[in-house]
Ligand binder design. Structure first.
Ligand code: LLP
Length: 409
């Protein structure tokens, strides 16, 4: 474990001193390097990236991605507002989500976004009515449910018929037929997203093959299909290695290349996971006959993935004398009053002491964006690393922030 997030950058100790802990450290350069790698892997096929804002929705990061040419996939009025706040071209925004409200659809229409990824016949009718009332035509794609098992955690599997997402093809085609000629609608293509952290490229290939067949059938039925948003879900290496993105591109290319569509991709995790760390300070260490409990000041309210999915994140001790410490079996846990509040379980670590720093890695995706105030804990601060410089991009919440929305007291 090096003493700093990058050679020449402030050390973890200096960052903790300056900004306090727990502290998110987001490496902007790493995110942009991943974007370039993705574009290279899909060269010749890719029309544009629509970064999935839910993975990490910090304004500073969104601005960086916008400047690097990315567009954005949003799933709420809040995410849309974030993109507009940093000046994203609305034409590069796609709006997905299984339960968009009228207010959210109207906000998308008012902004003039590039696509509504429609997930139900009801939504399509509401979108048409809202667009017609405004005298505009809503560009839309239909999200297909291809009934392909992504082979990932059941909570993040989205493309089987047991999942709430998308439409089976026959229903999508029926919705197209029923709404054909409506002034408020402009159909341009399909959307598909089978799940997240999909480690087997053949699952993407299976989805691509099905979508290719559906596009051919749609064209045969007389509808022009000019775009395909193939979603995200590319896996990163947490505990297990992940396939290189080039392998994913190679698996889908034979199915997607002949389609003559504008291909969009919506990765979230793959772009940002590796770039994020959660820096925590050890509050106490309890040695039991069984193991050491390393109690740190970060918790499940900061990074919920271990508690929610049993997710594995690398954890390392930052201490100049770490090589001299005895190695112990340790659970790294937070102060929250639940046994589910752990960041890492049963790890062999150099024995930490109170006051030491630990770094939780691979935390850039679904870290800050899923953090909460559970146990009335103010949310952590965040610094962005650019080159060897860091700047505070999210101040630490205060107790006043915690109480600000409540009306009694
Ligand atoms: N597009 C759609 C329509 C999605 O629903 C998602 C993620 C993505 C793109 C981006 O997927 P990614 O490339 O990040 O895998 N909280 C979970 C992950 C939830 C993913 C939800 N949808 C986690 O921490 O593992």
């Amino acid at each position: 474990m090096s003493a700093a997030p990058r050679a020449g950058a402030p050390t973890f100790a200096a960052l903790a001193e300056r900004h306090g802990t727990p502290l998110w450290i987001t490496d902007a350069d790493a995110v942009l390097a991943r974007l370039r790698e993705l574009e290279a892997a899909f060269a010749g096929l890719l029309h544009g990236v629509r970064y999935s804002v839910k993975a990490n929705s910090g304004l500073a990061l969104l601005r960086k991605l916008k400047e690097a040419g990315a567009g954005f996939d949003v799933v709420s009025g809040g995410e849309l507002a974030r993109c507009l706040r940093v000046g994203v071209d609305p034409g590069r925004i796609v709006f997905a989500g299984v339960g968009k409200s009228d207010a959210e659809l109207a906000a998308g229409l008012a902004a003039g976004i590039g696509s509504f990824d429609v997930e139900s016949a009801d939504e399509l009718d509401r979108l048409a009515a809202l667009a017609e009332a405004r005298g505009v035509a809503a560009p839309f794609a239909l999200r297909l449910n291809p009934d392909v098992d992504a082979g990932t955690h059941e909570y993040v599997t989205t493309g089987t018929r047991r999942n709430k997402f998308g439409l089976p093809f026959d229903e999508a085609l029926a919705a197209l037929r029923r709404t054909a000629g409506r002034r408020g609608l402009r159909f341009h293509g399909f959307h598909v997203h089978i799940g997240s952290q999909v480690t087997d490229p053949t699952r993407f290939a299976a989805a691509a093959a099905i979508v290719a067949e559906r596009i051919a059938a749609t064209r045969a039925a007389g509808y022009a299909v000019s775009s395909l948003d193939f979603g995200g879900g590319f896996a990163v290496a947490y505990e297990q290695p992940a396939p290189p993105i080039a392998a994913v591109a190679a698996a889908v290319r034979p199915h997607l290349a002949p389609l003559q569509v504008e291909l969009l991709l919506e990765p979230g995790r793959w772009l940002v996971a590796e770039a994020g760390r959660l820096l925590c300070r050890v509050v106490a260490v309890k040695q039991t006959p069984d193991r050491a409990f390393v109690i740190v000041d970060g918790a499940m309210n900061d990074l919920v993935r271990p508690a929610l999915y049993g997710a594995w994140h690398p954890v390392e001790l930052v201490a100049p004398d770490r090589a001299a410490r005895p190695v112990v079996l340790a659970d790294v846990v937070g102060p929250v009053c639940e046994s589910g509040d752990f960041l890492a379980k049963e790890r062999r670590l150099p024995l930490p002491r109170a006051g030491d720093l630990v770094v939780v890695g691979m935390a850039g995706a679904y870290g800050t964006s899923m953090s909460s105030q559970y146990n009335s804990r103010p949310r952590a601060a965040e610094v962005l690393l650019e080159g060897t410089a860091t700047r505070l991009v999210r101040r630490r919440e205060t107790i006043d922030d915690l109480l600000a929305t409540e009306l009694d007291g």
